[in-house]
Ligand binder design. Structure first.
Ligand SMILES: [Zn+2]
Length: 200
């Protein structure tokens, strides 16, 4: 029998947990947006996280079949999701940590030469983080066969480099000097700290 969580759609679960916040936020890219996905509203609920990762694993299996050797999770949220997806796929997992140039492997973790690697991450906004993870894996000797995210909030989703997403959101973001929310004097918030940022 399915649990209460399993019978709900991904959209229902994200909405129930208050994952999407609306307001005026500065994104990691520096752009401004009227909405923001706080992945930690998911990650602080391990049972829901597991259910959503099982759904990710299902779409990954359909797409990649047995072609994956290893799962890789970039810091921070990607580490937790990659762990769970790797567990379901019965594969090993490595974790990328933040470095000055992007991501790196620490603590003696290695990627076997030529290992067909799946990157699992939380929220895709600009693709910069996935690109940095891709670069780190290739530099370590692996190859990237697939990228999967829980939430794709990119504005343009027509990238040649396809990414699997469990949930897709469409929304605008703006360069700070072209942001209508700034023009309307809506308080700007750093979503990581929840604090208002004073603008000049
Ligand atoms: Zn703004």
């Amino acid at each position: 029998m399915k649990t209460d969580i399993e019978i709900k759609s991904t959209e229902e679960l994200l909405s129930e947990l208050g994952v999407m916040k609306t307001g005026h936020f500065v994104l990691t890219s520096g752009r401004h947006s009227s909405f923001y996905f706080e992945k930690f509203r998911i990650l602080e609920r391990p049972e829901t996280t597991s259910v959503l990762c099982a759904r990710m694993a299902d779409i990954i299996k359909k797409k990649a079949g047995p072609k994956i050797d290893l799962v890789c999770g970039p810091a921070t949220g990607g580490m937790i999701l990659a762990f769970e997806v790797a567990k379901i796929l019965r594969l090993g997992c490595v974790y990328l940590e933040k470095s000055e140039s992007g991501f790196c492997l620490l603590r003696g973790m290695r990627i076997p030469i030529g290992a067909k690697t799946l990157i699992v991450d939380d929220v895709l906004t600009t693709g910069k983080s996935l690109d940095a993870a891709h670069k780190a894996i290739v530099e370590a000797g692996g190859s990237v066969v697939l990228k999967a995210v829980m939430i794709d909030r990119r504005k343009a989703k027509d990238s040649l480099d396809a990414v699997l997403a469990l949930y897709t959101a469409q929304g605008e973001d703006y360069l700070p000097d072209q942001c209508p929310l700034c023009t309307a004097d809506v308080p700007l918030v750093d979503p990581k700290t929840g604090r208002e940022i004073l603008r000049r």
